[in-house]
Design a binder for this molecule. Structure first.
Ligand SMILES: NC(=O)c1ccc[n+]([C@@H]2O[C@H](COP(=O)([O-])OP(=O)(O)OC[C@H]3O[C@@H](n4cnc5c(N)ncnc54)[C@H](O)[C@@H]3O)[C@@H](O)[C@H]2O)c1
Length: 282
């Protein structure tokens, strides 16, 4: 068990990753370079906890008990006390490399360092810390919203120790998640599955086989998915799906090539819910 857990990056993912560790009784430190985002994160987590209380998922006193377990930190200096640090900053190799360089200087020798990257190789990221630490470097790919989604893809790098993989898998179970071990390949397992389906769904629309609405119905009622691919693209922004498909097609070739209609929609600014129009009109 990791008693003190640090999270770097208090955005969409990092905030809720901090929350799930705090809910499991860990002491948590949450850092962001933008102090305003730390305040925003605290407010967001209070709302998530309140919703959970209203639904009977968390104890009535969860806000008073859980939130104080999270220390909001403007710098990483305090992270020397962490047993595990999960990085969840922007999906940018340079930004992540700078964070790992700083953590390498600060954290103790026993600390395990994990990255929540969705597309960068874990072995590449591990090379940003000292050689002796690479045995304690691993990928932990959480899914959004982290407080609800059970899965964690656990991705060992080339040098990760088997004992560290087991410790991290067991920690994921302790915090109420279901981990699966996945090889360090582009897209890991889930994004390859998801985008294969999204690309085929988009192709069906291009061919006029069915509407986006009907394909979403088909996935919900015929396949038992909680949400259809077009609703999901609208919720997470089409530009993000396009970006992931470009990364996957660079790695695997034409089978992940984004469909022309995706490029047209993103080019037109029909980027999903936040922009007021995507596959659906908001
Ligand atoms: N959004 C998703 O659905 C999802 C799912 C799985 C994995 N991921 C991965 O999780 C990571 C974070 O994604 P997100 O959606 O939470 O992004 P986000 O933009 O919501 O949050 C990133 C946060 O990192 C902070 N940050 C940037 N540089 C920093 C630094 N040097 N030190 C400390 N904080 C810094 C930013 O201020 C921001 O608050 C990415 O690697 C992403 O690929 C995202």
């Amino acid at each position: 068990m990791f008693k003190t857990v640090g999270v770097v990056g208090a955005g969409l993912m990092g905030s809720e990753i901090a929350l799930v560790f705090a809910l499991a009784g860990r002491r948590v430190k949450l850092n962001d370079t933008n102090p305003a985002l730390l305040d925003e994160s605290a407010k967001r987590l209070e709302r998530v906890l309140q919703k959970g209380i209203d639904r009977g998922l968390y104890a009535e006193d969860a806000i008073e008990v859980v939130l104080p377990q999270i220390q909001f930190c403007p710098t990483l200096e305090d992270y020397s006390k962490c047993d595990l640090v999960v990085e969840a900053v922007f999906e940018d190799e340079e930004v992540k490399s700078a964070v790992f360089g700083e953590l390498d200087r600060i954290v103790s020798d026993h600390c395990v360092i994990a990255s929540n990257t969705s597309s960068i190789s874990i072995t590449t990221l591990a090379s940003k810390v000292s050689e002796f630490r690479r045995t304690r470097f691993i990928g932990t790919h959480f899914f959004s919203p982290v407080s609800k989604m059970k899965l964690v893809e656990v991705i060992p790098g080339m040098d990760t120790d088997r004992a560290i993989i087991e410790d991290v898998m067991s920690e994921c179970k302790d915090i109420g998640k279901t981990p699966i071990e996945v090889k360090d390949v582009v897209g890991f397992a889930v994004n390859r599955l998801l985008h294969a389906m999204m690309i085929e769904a988009t192709r069906l629309v291009e061919e006029g086989v069915a509407t986006p609405e009907d394909i979403d119905v088909a996935c919900r009622l015929g396949l038992g998915h909680p949400i259809g691919p077009f609703q999901l693209m609208d919720a997470t922004q089409l530009s993000l799906s396009l970006q992931v498909q470009e990364i996957l097609s660079a790695a695997y070739g034409d089978r992940f090539k984004p469909r022309p209609i995706m490029k047209q929609m993103v080019g037109a600014g029909y980027n999903g819910k936040r922009s007021g129009r995507g596959w659906y009109k908001a």
